[in-house]
Design a binder for this molecule. Structure first.
Ligand code: SUD
Ligand code: ADP
Length: 310
């Protein structure tokens, strides 16, 4: 008996943010991208992407962090849905509703999360049975971080970040994120990194085996001591107060601190949920951070929450 795909009127997908536990940036390639060795971790701060059949393409934005996010066809979520439609030969438009809670232009891959969510949601809405590798291929074509947001967890990223393989981890990691009022543009941070390293002989990036062993053992202190980000100096060079944020968080007792991806969000690793509350309060009360969030990682990537007739 052949199964007939059921066309669902509405699909909701929850997608997490990410932090790079390690971000090693190699030389700039001929295509303008940099070769990376990165360890991604998906953390429990979520955007929600809901898709419904509609007579024409459209997008609606809600949520705490929607300001500054394009509410038209240039939104990465719409572009992702349309790329999937082109790939699969679908000519049924969708309306997207994106609830943004992930900080925007913060180095936590909010736009990539929305794209990953749109791909997973539309594949289900249209009843497509695509192999994971095919969906990841479309994701990679839209942005380097997007394939990771589909799978989530903790993963090693290579190439320009689009090739991901899961990493063995034990335990849960508690994070406090210090947000900034002003975003940083990812291409500007990579360009600043190149400028700062112009006189340096940059070698091929390699993941840190000690960090990977700490993750496998569930060793929080070990991980805290190995957090590393080659874009951190560039982010601080463009936004010098990030240095003070890092110092303050460590002074308030964080096990480790790091600029998240291209910044300007600063991520602090703490011992447990109680320590996370204490640090979040201290950072907010001291006025060091414009806003703070707490989250636990690793969490799964884009996950279908509801697929229902309405
Ligand atoms: C820095 C990182 C770390 O995970 O994340 P964010 O901090 O932006 O979230 C990523 O490398 C960002 O990935 P993503 O935001 O998907 O970048 P893309 O859209 O693919 O590329 C945007 C631009 O960033 C630069 N870029 C990106 C990836 C890479 N490996 N080398 C680069 O030089 C290029 O200038 C590129 O034109
Ligand atoms: N769905 C989306 N959500 C957030 N930002 C988006 C989206 N689509 C496009 N953008 C734009 O992409 C840029 C990068 O945003 P974001 O992905 O949140 O940051 P980062 O690359 O630092 O993780 C922002 O300037 C934003 O305006």
């Amino acid at each position: 008996m052949t199964s007939v795909p059921v066309l669902l009127p509405r699909v909701s997908v929850r997608v997490p943010a990410k932090v790079n536990l390690e971000l090693r940036v190699g030389p700039r390639r001929a295509d303008g991208y940099h070769e990376l060795a990165t360890v991604y971790q998906a953390v429990g701060l979520y955007d929600l992407v809901e898709v419904t059949h509609a007579p024409q393409w459209g997008i609606e934005l809600t949520g705490r962090t929607r300001e500054g996010v394009p509410g038209d066809a240039s939104n990465l979520a719409v572009r992702a849905a349309q790329a999937l439609a082109d790939h699969a030969g679908v000519d049924t438009p969708v309306h997207l509703r994106v609830t943004k809670e992930i900080p925007v232009a913060g180095g936590m891959a909010g736009g990539s999360a929305d794209a990953a969510g749109a791909l997973v949601a539309c594949a289900r809405l249209w009843g497509l049975d695509l192999p994971a590798a095919e969906l990841e291929g479309i994701a990679a074509g839209l942005g380097s971080d997007i394939p990771f947001l589909i799978s989530g967890g903790t993963a090693l990223g290579s190439g320009r970040g689009e090739h991901v393989v899961p990493v063995l981890t034990r335990g849960k990691y508690h994070w406090v994120f210090a947000l900034s009022t002003q975003g940083l543009s990812t291409p500007s941070v990579y360009a600043e990194c190149d400028r700062l390293r112009a006189a340096t002989d940059v070698t091929a990036p390699e993941p840190d085996q000690v960090l990977l062993a700490a993750l496998a053992a569930g060793d929080r202190d070990g991980l805290a001591g190995r957090l590393a980000n080659d874009l951190q100096d560039a982010a601080i060079s463009l936004q010098p107060d990030l240095g003070e944020v890092l110092e303050a968080g460590l002074g308030f007792g964080a096990l480790g601190g790091i600029v998240s991806g291209s910044g300007p969000t600063v991520a602090f690793l703490v011992r447990n949920a109680e320590a996370a509350i204490d640090l979040a309060v201290a950072l907010a009360a001291s006025g060091t951070a414009a806003d703070v969030r707490r989250a636990v990682g690793p969490v799964p990537g884009a996950t279908i929450e509801a697929a229902a007739a309405r």
